[in-house]
Design a protein around this ligand. Structure first.
Ligand SMILES: [Fe+2]
Ligand SMILES: [Fe+2]
Length: 332
């Protein structure tokens, strides 16, 4: 029987022969993910606790708590979406292998934030309630869950139909590009701003490693989307391109409200407007990575974040091993 090399297809139990690889880029992501392995307890948080008590202002504690209140449930949401909505329709074994790796990483992130939450003197109840009670967080969560629901309602998705193909494509964009590639990045910028002032360095290290993981998830997602558009070449109509662009623009709007809730007053030399500008800058990069036109033309207000891989190089894994993903020797 001829081997089926398609990346996507209906749920199948046949995709278990890993070699020979049909999609080497997917396996390269697995290898790179392996180099990024880390465990939260490797990071001591004693100094962070002292910073929290002695150095952080009330506004900073509010921002840090709300940041954790967003990140923590989102990690679980990503995991659920990978398992319930994406994995069944990704049929190439090397791509499934990477998704399995990513699922572990998302679980590791959940445990990392739990480690932070139980160590720092935050109001746990308040942090856990944020995704239900803070409208700007609730709105971002609703944006994500609607994309998952759209797939679950059609389960098992018929990828021979346009509505099945469109729902899967929007889900891939909504999770890999919007959540992991836009929503998380403003949070990374804020969290790493404390470290730049020698504060919350333990949290900074955890965020740094999470960021390395997320940029790989984003890169994998962009490859997956490219592969999807190749296999379902009829799906991308001008209308769908407008809808995909609309998802990114909607995400930027949601992020503006969230940034305002996060930073009602400036902290660490950052205002909600600075975060908004960064979100616009990142959103433009994501639009371009999807082959769409940039929408904002906003310059990067935090150039130092470029070294933190906010715009991952989409390397050709067939030709080169990109060492920018190698973080094993960059631990602090
Ligand atoms: Fe994550
Ligand atoms: Fe992720």
């Amino acid at each position: 029987m001829k081997r089926d090399h398609r990346l996507f297809g209906p749920p199948s139990l046949e995709a278990i022969e890993l070699f020979p690889l049909a999609h080497p880029w997917a396996y390269a992501h697995v290898q790179q993910g392996k180099h990024n392995t880390w465990f939260p307890e490797e990071v001591p948080l004693g100094e962070d606790v002292r910073d929290w008590h002695e150095k952080l202002t009330e506004e900073e504690r509010h921002a840090a708590s709300l940041l954790l209140g967003f990140f923590n449930p989102m990690e679980s949401l990503v995991t659920q979406n990978l398992v319930l909505a994406i994995f069944p329709y990704v049929r190439a074994p090397e791509a499934r292998l990477y998704l399995a790796r990513q699922i572990w990483e998302e679980a590791n992130h959940t445990m990392a934030f739990e480690y932070v939450l139980k160590t720092l003197p935050v109001d746990r109840e308040k942090v856990f309630a944020a995704h239900r009670e803070v409208p700007a967080v609730r709105a971002k969560e609703a944006f994500q869950t609607a994309l998952t629901q759209a797939l679950l309602q059609q389960h098992p998705l018929d990828l021979e139909t346009r509505s099945g193909q469109e729902a899967l494509l929007k889900n891939l964009v909504g999770y890999f590009v919007v959540l992991e590639g836009i929503f998380f990045y403003a949070g990374f910028l804020l969290a790493l701003s404390w470290r730049r002032r020698n504060l919350l360095k333990g949290l900074g290290a955890i965020i740094d490693w999470t960021l390395k993981d997320e940029s790989l998830h984003l890169s994998f997602g962009l490859h997956l989307i490219t592969g999807f558009l190749e296999e379902y070449s009829e799906v991308m109509t001008p209308r769908l391109a407008r809808e995909v662009r609309g998802l990114i623009l909607e995400a930027v709007q949601l992020e503006r409200a969230y940034n305002q809730a996060l930073l009602p007053r400036p902290i660490l030399g950052l205002s909600a407007e600075t975060l908004n500008a960064y979100v616009e800058y990142v959103a433009d990069r994501r639009l371009e990575e999807l082959g769409l036109e940039a929408a904002f033309g906003t310059p990067n207000p935090a150039k130092w974040m470029a070294t933190e891989v906010d715009v991952p190089e989409i390397v050709n894994f067939f030709e080169a091993v990109n060492t920018s993903y190698e973080v094993g020797n960059r631990r602090e």
